[in-house]
Design a protein around this ligand. Structure first.
Ligand SMILES: NC(=O)c1ccc[n+]([C@@H]2O[C@H](COP(=O)([O-])OP(=O)(O)OC[C@H]3O[C@@H](n4cnc5c(N)ncnc54)[C@H](O)[C@@H]3O)[C@@H](O)[C@H]2O)c1
Ligand SMILES: CC(C)[C@H](C(=O)O)[C@@H](O)C(=O)O
Ligand SMILES: [Mg+2]
Length: 347
């Protein structure tokens, strides 16, 4: 039977362009000969906006919908007002394709530098809600720019939206050896949304008697990310807490250049989208300093999602071997890391 992957590629801005090229290189190298890889690149991001004023026109959204998956680099550029591309392109994609599970695994590979003392054993997954919370654009400002300005940014939480992501997190916890799920929220202050999350978490938990559960307020969770990260297995949390916690998780597991993510539409109605956790890094764009590993690990998540488990594992093993051989003195460029990983997955 012939197999194929019809992939949409959105390199986007800054280092997004540089790291996506390496992700595609490794993807081409890891796929067996009988898998036909078709890619279509979408010109979306800052350059397009400057040229046409468009962020994500409907025609492009319709076209993107037809792919098996999307590989995205990064969106956002200092030349564009903050939020225009992040909301008008990146979040628009996540919302339009109902990416309600924003999956962000964190693992401390052997030999990887961590600022934490004692090299704790870190291997957890954050299941970040992806379509609700303060990200929905439910806000506004009055008397903008005046001393009397009032601004709101309301966090939107629906029982439907919370239950489906919590259930996904229980399923993931149940399939992992430790079977532990931690809810992170702030229900000592956010008593409406926070209690709804906790009630749903407890209710769904009754269906998963083998999963051990735990609850942490988000401020305390940041302590344990640093002092006891080994206590975590699967974490479920809202959109904004998950955004912040996963940059912290990246920082303690070797840096943002290693952190992968998948924006998953579990029903399969829409294509899922895979991207590094990091942004367009304008401070290093064009210098060859960007680590493409996060994007390459995102390609592994993409392959796993499409059913190519052994190829995903080959990429993860190649990354582990590459990281094991890294030394602070032997600095490599974005291209060189991509080349090395492409060679490893092919052999
Ligand atoms: N998913 C996305 O597309 C995404 C994610 C985060 C930020 N952004 C956008 O990116 C722009 C820059 O945001 P920021 O500076 O807050 O975050 P950033 O993640 O782009 O950069 C933060 C720091 O991490 C470093 N860094 C990031 N990726 C790296 C890599 N692969 N290798 C080595 N170092 C790396 C950068 O050099 C910078 O010092 C903004 O417009 C922001 O909105 C987009
Ligand atoms: C750029 C921004 C919209 C985005 C987010 O907050 O989700 C980013 O920080 C991320 O983590 O993917
Ligand atoms: Mg973020």
């Amino acid at each position: 039977m012939s197999r194929s992957i019809n992939l949409a590629v959105v390199p986007g801005d800054g280092i997004g362009q540089e790291v996506v090229a390496q992700g595609l290189k490794v993807l081409a190298a890891v796929l067996p000969q009988d898998v036909k890889l078709e890619t279509k690149e979408y010109d979306l991001g800052a350059q397009r906006w400057h040229r046409t004023g468009e962020t994500l026109p409907d025609a492009e959204l319709d076209s993107l919908k037809k792919h098996d998956a999307i590989l995205l680099g990064a969106i956002g550029d200092p030349s564009v007002p903050s939020g225009v591309l992040e909301r008008g392109l990146l979040l628009k994609l996540r919302f339009a394709f109902d990416h309600y599970v924003n999956l962000r695994p964190s693992k401390l590979f052997p030999n990887t530098a961590t600022p934490l003392a004692g090299r704790p054993d870190i291997d957890f997954v954050v299941v970040r809600e992806g379509t609700e919370g303060p990200y929905t654009g439910n806000g506004g400002s009055l008397r903008t720019g005046t001393p009397a300005e009032v601004a709101t940014e309301v966090s939107l939480n629906t029982a439907y939206g919370v239950e489906r992501v919590v259930r996904d997190a229980y399923e993931r916890a149940n399939s992992r050896p430790r079977k532990k799920l931690t809810l992170v929220h702030k229900n000592n202050v956010l008593v409406y949304a926070g209690h709804m999350w906790k009630n749903i978490f407890d209710k769904v938990g009754q269906e998963y008697p083998e999963v051990t559960t735990d609850y942490l307020h988000v401020d305390a969770a940041t302590i344990f990310f640093v002092t006891q990260p080994e206590r975590f297995d699967v974490i479920v949390t809202d959109n904004l807490f998950g955004d912040i916690l996963t940059d912290l998780a990246a920082a303690v597991t070797g840096g943002i250049g290693l952190a992968a993510s998948g924006n998953i539409n579990p029903t399969g109605e829409f294509p899922s989208m895979f991207e590094p956790v990091h942004g367009s890094a304008p401070d290093i764009a064009g210098t060859g300093k960007a680590d493409p590993t996060a994007t390459i690990l995102s390609v592994a998540l993409l392959l796993r999602h499409l059913g190519y488990e052994s190829e995903a594992v080959r990429i993860e093993d190649a990354v582990a071997a590459d990281l094991a051989g890294r030394t602070p003195e032997a600095v490599r460029t974005t291209d060189e890391i991509g080349d090395a990983l492409a060679v490893r997955v092919a052999s």
